[in-house]
Design a protein around this ligand. Structure first.
Ligand SMILES: [Zn+2]
Length: 140
């Protein structure tokens, strides 16, 4: 669990950077890619509430925007073991159902899940018909 604990520590640090002036509910995420790099994210709220984005998606989008699309594990740190929301589960499923998701609180509690457990019967890229002009999309 050492590697996951390190990821949780980075998620805890990311949580400190959360911008959550409306809910006060801070979440941090740390995503380790298969290359070994870690991308972090925190939730970012907005006065127009619907524009708020979760820490998990910030971490995923940070990784993808750096060209990393193969994930190993994601740590999600909150005050109360909050699991990823539905939209974040769908975003994670886009990049693989076997990513580990470590849900952690501030008091040392941990739960480890797989994306496939969090989102049964996921809608994945494999369900879309192949497009001849889109050779980069690799169903997983
Ligand atoms: Zn979410």
């Amino acid at each position: 669990m050492d590697a996951l604990e390190d990821l949780v520590d980075q998620g805890r640090e990311a949580r400190e950077k959360a911008y959550a002036p409306y809910s006060g509910f801070k979440v941090g995420a740390a995503l380790r890619t298969k290359s070994g790099r870690v991308y972090c994210g925190s939730n970012v709220e907005n006065a127009a509430y619907g524009l708020t984005i979760c820490a998990e998606r910030v971490a995923v989008f940070n990784a993808v925007s750096e060209g990393e699309c193969e994930f190993e594990a994601l740590a999600v740190v909150s005050e109360n073991l909050a699991p990823p929301c539905g939209p974040c589960r769908q975003v994670l499923a886009e990049f693989g159902l076997d990513t580990q998701v470590v849900v952690a609180d501030l008091g040392g509690r941990r739960e480890v899940h797989l994306v496939s457990d969090l989102l049964p019967m996921a809608f994945t890229p494999a369900l879309l018909p192949p497009r001849s002009s889109d050779s980069e999309r690799d169903a997983s």
